[in-house]
Design a protein around this ligand. Structure first.
Ligand SMILES: Cc1cc2nc3c(=O)[nH]c(=O)nc-3n(C[C@H](O)[C@H](O)[C@H](O)COP(=O)(O)OP(=O)(O)OC[C@H]3O[C@@H](n4cnc5c(N)ncnc54)[C@H](O)[C@@H]3O)c2cc1C
Length: 397
């Protein structure tokens, strides 16, 4: 059986790993010129952690863990607005959590594939022609491929989705914020930040800084915006939106790049009535984006890819497997999307009162014994799509 996967990100690489292991002949098509190492920091638990464990990747993820030891919120004058040590998350999740750069997760997945699956970097899909036996795909390098299954794993603005399911608008639910991130070198500021994730927070705006290595920092920004449309010049918008956040923020803003090194996007979710059409299916953000407000998109992308592969392995034909995959994933995705919308104004408080309540909640969570008490509440948010205990554990080859 042959599969073409469009997008060698978190979902695409995971799907490729499992399908190849199950004997599929897989081709990965990726628009980017190569691996992108950086990105932004993600908390990785629940489904993603479970899948990574089955792939034998937890030790590699541990080695890629962030150097930041605590999250610390401050106001523009540097006064504390809440602090929590990452160790508390570890206790609350019984050690089944990793905080890593998205790019490091991509690299770990990529390296685990070795050269068993060819990745055609700098390539996208130009045309898709499904029929009752399979699908013909035209790649941007003008070559043709035939497969039994085409998987769109090309992220929230998926091209496969647009080609097969139509324009993005009806599927994208904007949830009211824009976000940005970039990596920059500033050894002096790096020393000032130390081993912290330091976030300057005011109502409706937040700018976070955290260390990548001894010289480099990453900036993560999020602000409320009534306008879903992206600005023509994101760097200029960032500089004007985040004024008045104090000296550290000003220094970080001076490093804001203007080109492709600046990630800038809407904060949005993807909701679709169906994820499958003939021999074409979608995985990850392409069909189930939960947004950074829910904070489990990468974990859910790995979960979705794993469930798809598991259902294909169970047999009964590709269409039946795709149906079962969608049915299994939907309740988890819906619950996380709802939770993300509900908690957005706590992640980015919209009033001074909410900022104070968040600071108080952080202070309470830092008290001895409280992280362990949070376990029952966190059990719901970290519920996993990985259910079958019979599934053999993979090894990183
Ligand atoms: C600021 C921020 C913070 C986040 N925090 C967390 C967190 O704490 N925890 C968590 O689990 N998740 C988090 N997420 C979400 C997470 O990053 C995504 O949900 C996850 O990366 C989705 O994986 P994916 O493989 O579906 O898509 P992506 O990771 O976006 O990968 C898609 C791939 O497809 C490629 N591609 C795109 N278009 C094409 C095309 N036309 N042709 C070929 N290839 C194409 C892209 O280059 C990319 O390699 C966060 C997201 C953001 C923005």
């Amino acid at each position: 059986m042959r599969a073409i996967i469009c997008g060698a990100g978190i979902a695409g690489l995971t799907a490729a790993w499992w399908l190849e292991r199950d004997g599929w002949q897989v081709t990965l098509v990726e628009r980017a010129a190569g691996l992108r190492d950086e990105g932004y920091l993600i908390d990785f638990f629940g489904s993603g952690y479970d899948v990574a464990e089955r792939m034998g990747l937890v030790p590699a993820l541990r080695r890629a863990q962030t150097r930041a030891k605590a999250i610390e919120y401050v106001d523009p004058d540097g006064h504390g607005r809440g602090k929590l040590r990452y160790q508390s998350f570890d206790v609350a999740f019984r050690g089944r959590i990793a905080t890593i750069m998205r790019g490091h997760l991509e690299r770990v997945l990529h390296d685990s594939l070795g050269d068993r699956v060819p990745i055609r970097y700098g390539t996208t899909i130009d045309a898709v022609r499904p029929d009752i036996h399979g699908v013909d795909v035209t790649l941007s390098d003008d070559t043709q491929q035939r497969a039994d299954l085409l998987i769109g794993a090309d992220g929230i603005h998926s091209r496969v989705r647009r080609l097969v399911f139509g324009p993005e608008e009806p599927y994208l639910r904007y949830i009211g914020y824009h976000t940005a991130s970039y990596v920059f070198t500033d050894p002096q500021l790096r020393d000032q930040i130390g081993d912290r994730f330091l976030a300057v927070a005011v109502p409706n705006r937040q700018l976070g800084l955290y260390p990548i290595d001894d010289r480099r920092l990453a900036a993560w920004l999020v602000h409320r915006s009534p306008q879903p449309a992206l600005p023509a010049e994101p760097a200029a918008t960032i500089r004007s939106t985040y004024v008045g956040l104090g000296e550290l923020a000003d220094r970080a803003l001076a490093h804001c790049p203007t080109g492709a090194e600046l990630y800038y996007d809407q904060v949005a979710q993807i909701e679709m009535a169906g994820w499958n059409r003939g021999p074409v299916t979608l995985v990850g953000d392409a069909c189930q984006a939960v947004s950074l407000m829910a904070g489990q998109g990468a974990a859910m992308a790995m979960g979705g890819a794993y469930v798809l592969a598991e259902e294909l392995r169970r047999g009964g034909g590709v269409p039946a497997a795709m149906d079962r995959y969608e049915k299994r994933m939907r309740p988890f995705v819906r619950a996380k999307q709802r939770a993300g919308r509900r908690t957005a104004h706590w992640l980015v408080p919209n009033t001074g009162w909410r900022l104070s309540v968040r600071a108080a909640a952080f202070a309470a969570a830092a008290l001895p014994g409280v992280p362990a008490l949070l376990r029952p509440a966190l059990a719901t948010s970290s519920s996993s799509v990985v259910t079958s205990s019979a599934e053999p554990v993979g090894t990183a080859r």
